[in-house]
Design a protein around this ligand. Structure first.
Ligand code: ADP
Length: 556
C-alpha cells in the first residue's frame, strides 16, 4: 500500500491533551470502554490517514499524535496495546521518542512498530537501532495493509489477554484479601474472647485449674501460688493427688474416679499441703470433659469455716460433758433430797416425839426452866421440820414435769380460797374478787399453789389489830393476762422488792410473822416454769400489790 494522506484536523482540546481519538466504532460509549488504544505517531497527514484506514477495521481506538512530543503527552492519559511510529519526524524523531517512552516504567514493554520509508542503505542501521530500543517490528513503506492489520491485531489481542489476566489476578487478589480479612476478623474475635476468659481466669480469687485425666494439672490461675505457695510449674510437675492430706486421699481419689467414669459435677472437701508443709482445707468442685480427657476444677479455701466448725464441735463435746456432769449432779441432788426427806426427818421426829414424851410423862418432875427447855426443843424441832418440808416442796416445784393447758383462773382461785378458808375465817378477812377473770395458759395445780402462797401472805402480813382486806382482779393484754392481788398490809420497802423472791429471804422474825421464807420463792419458780412474770408494787404501811402475768388463752 502506498503512503496514505490524511487531512484530518484534531480538535483544539484533544490536541492539548495529546492526540486525537478516531471514532470509527458505532457501539455505545459503554461498550467502547472495552476498546483498546493504539497510538499512531506521524507528522504527515497523508500517512496518518492511510494507516488509520487500515487500522480502523480492527474496531479499536486509534489515538493520533503528530509529533514525538505529542505522543509523550498521550502516554500520560492512556494505555496502549501498540505504538505505530514514524521514524522521520521534525523535532523528536521516532527513535528519540521511543527512547523516552522506554524510560517510563509503564511503557517499558509496550510494543513499538516503526514505520518508515527510507533508503536501502539506511535499512540496516535503522532496524538495528529500532530493535535496540525494544521495537518489535520495523515496517518499510509501502506498508501492506493486511500485514500491518495482522501485526497490530496480534498486539491488540495480546494486550486484551494481558488485561484480562491482570483483571482476573486483581479479582483473585480481591477475593483473597476478603478471605484474609474475614480470617483476620475471626482471629481477632477469638483472641478477644480468649482474653476475656483469661482475664476471668487470672483475676479470680478462687483457685481455678484444668487437670488431665492423667492426674496432672495442665493450667492453673495465680491464686494457687498466692494461697498455697507453689509456682505453677511446681504444681504441674507432680500428680495433684500427691499433695492431699493422707487421711483425705482415699475419698478424693474415689471422687476423681467417679468423675472420670461419667459422674457430672462433684463437690468434696479435703486438706491440701502448702509449700510450708502446713495444710489448708479446700472445697473442690470439679466437672469432667471426657472428650477432652480434662477435669475443670474450681477450689475454694474453706480453712476458716472448717476451723470454726471444729471449734463448735469441740465446744459441743465440752457442753455434752458438762450436761452429763450436771445430770450426775442432779441425780446426786435428788438422792440428797431424798435423804433429807427421809433420813433427816426421822431423827427429827424422834427428837420431837421424845421431847413431847418428856413433857407429858416427866413434866411434873421438871421445874419451870426444865419445862421451858423441853418446850424449846419441841418448837425448834417443829420449825426444823417445816423448813425441811418447804425446801422439799420448792425442790419438787423446780424439777417436776408440768404440762401447760388452758386453765380457768376463776376455778383455780376458788380452789385456792378454799385452802385458805380457815385463815380467812380466823382473821375475819374480807376477800373481793372482781369477776370475770380471764382464762390463762398454765398448770392448774401449780397455779393453785401460787395463788395460795400470795393469798396467805396477804392475809398474814397485816399490822396487829387490822382486819385483812384482799382484792383480786385480772386485766387482759394482747398476749398476757395480768392477775393482781392487793392487800392492806404492812407493805414492803422498795429495796426488798427483788430479794423477797429468793429462798429463805424474810423481812421479819418467825415470832412476828410465822413462816419459812420459801413461799415467794415457790411463786417465782412457778411463774418461771409457766412462762410468765411476777412482780410487786408496794411501800411500807401502804399495802402491797403482787401481780402475776401468764400467757393468755388465744381467742378461738
Ligand atoms: P414467808 O411468808 O414464809 O415469810 P415468803 O417467801 O412468802 O415467806 O415471803 C418472804 C417475805 O416477804 C416475808 O417474810 C415478808 O417479809 C415479805 N412479804 C411477803 N408477802 C408480803 C405481803 N403481802 N406484805 C408484806 N410483806 C410481805
Amino acid at each position: 500500500m502506498t503512503d496514505m494522506a490524511s487531512n484530518q484536523t484534531a480538535p483544539e482540546d484533544e490536541r492539548r491533551n495529546g492526540g486525537r481519538v478516531t471514532e470509527t466504532d458505532t457501539r455505545d460509549p459503554q461498550q467502547r470502554e472495552d476498546k483498546i488504544n493504539i497510538l499512531l505517531v506521524d507528522d504527515r497527514a497523508d500517512k496518518l490517514l492511510a494507516v488509520e484506514t487500515v487500522i480502523a477495521e480492527l474496531g479499536q481506538n486509534l489515538v493520533i499524535a503528530r509529533s514525538g512530543e505529542e505522543a509523550l503527552r498521550c502516554l500520560l492519559h492512556h494505555e496502549f496495546a501498540v505504538i505505530l511510529m514514524d521514524v522521520h519526524m521534525p523535532g523528536l524523531d521516532g527513535f528519540e521518542t521511543a527512547a523516552l517512552i522506554r524510560q517510563r516504567k509503564k511503557f517499558e514493554h509496550t510494543p513499538i512498530i516503526f514505520l518508515t520509508a527510507t533508503t536501502t542503505d539506511d535499512i540496516q542501521a535503522h532496524a538495528s537501532r529500532g530493535y535496540c530500543l525494544g521495537a518489535v517490528d520495523y515496517l518499510l513503506a509501502p506498508v501492506l495493509p493486511d500485514v500491518l492489520r495482522a501485526k497490530v491485531s496480534t498486539f491488540v489481542e495480546l494486550f486484551r489477554k494481558t488485561e484480562q489476566i491482570k483483571r482476573q489476578a486483581e479479582r483473585l487478589s480481591e477475593v483473597e484479601a476478603q478471605k484474609f480479612k474475614q480470617q483476620l476478623s475471626e482471629t481477632h474475635d477469638r483472641l478477644e474472647a480468649e482474653t476475656r476468659r483469661n482475664r476471668f481466669f487470672l483475676l479470680s480469687i478462687d483457685l481455678l485449674a484444668i487437670a488431665g485425666f492423667d492426674g496432672y494439672f495442665k493450667q492453673l490461675n495465680p491464686s494457687w501460688e498466692k494461697g498455697l505457695g507453689y509456682g505453677e510449674e511446681e504444681l504441674k510437675a507432680r500428680p495433684f493427688l500427691e499433695l492431699l492430706h493422707p487421711l483425705d486421699r482415699e475419698t478424693a481419689t474415689s471422687e476423681i474416679e467417679n468423675l472420670k467414669t461419667g459422674s457430672a459435677i462433684r463437690y468434696f472437701e479435703s486438706r491440701y499441703r502448702c509449700r510450708d508443709e502446713t495444710y489448708r482445707w479446700l472445697g473442690w468442685t470439679a466437672a469432667p470433659f471426657p472428650e477432652e480427657g480434662l477435669l475443670y476444677i474450681f477450689a475454694r479455701d474453706i480453712t476458716a469455716r472448717r476451723l470454726a466448725e471444729e471449734k463448735i464441735l469441740s465446744l459441743n463435746e465440752q457442753l455434752e460433758k458438762r450436761v452429763l456432769q450436771l445430770t450426775e449432779t442432779n441425780r446426786e441432788m435428788e438422792t440428797f433430797t431424798y435423804s433429807i426427806a427421809h433420813d433427816l426427818r426421822a431423827p427429827l421426829r424422834a427428837m420431837l416425839g421424845f421431847s413431847r414424851a418428856l413433857l407429858e410423862d416427866y413434866g411434873v418432875k421438871l421445874d419451870a426452866p426444865g419445862q421451858g427447855f423441853a418446850n424449846r426443843i419441841v418448837n425448834s424441832a417443829k420449825r426444823m421440820d417445816e423448813l425441811i418440808q418447804d425446801l422439799l416442796s420448792y425442790n419438787r416445784f423446780s424439777r417436776e414435769q408440768i404440762t401447760l393447758a388452758a386453765v380457768k383462773l376463776e376455778a383455780a382461785l376458788d380452789e385456792a380460797l378454799k385452802q385458805c378458808d380457815l385463815q380467812v375465817r380466823e382473821k375475819k378477812a374480807e376477800i373481793r374478787v372482781e369477776t370475770p377473770l380471764s382464762d390463762v395458759w398454765a398448770h392448774k395445780g401449780v397455779l393453785v399453789q401460787l395463788l395460795v402462797n400470795l393469798l396467805s401472805n396477804g392475809l398474814k402480813f397485816v399490822a396487829p389489830g387490822v382486819k385483812p382486806s384482799v382484792r383480786i382482779w385480772s386485766e387482759e393484754g394482747d398476749v398476757w393476762v395480768r392477775l393482781s392481788i392487793q392487800d392492806n398490809g404492812i407493805g414492803i420497802a422498795a429495796e426488798h422488792h427483788q430479794r423477797i423472791f429468793r429462798v429463805f429471804e424474810r423481812l421479819h422474825s418467825a415470832e412476828q410473822y410465822p413462816g419459812t421464807g420459801i413461799g415467794l420463792a415457790i411463786v417465782g419458780k412457778a411463774v418461771e416454769r409457766m412462762g410468765g412474770r411476777v412482780g410487786v408494787e408496794s411501800q411500807p404501811q401502804q399495802g402491797s400489790r403482787f401481780w402475776v402475768e401468764l400467757p393468755r388463752v388465744p381467742r378461738s
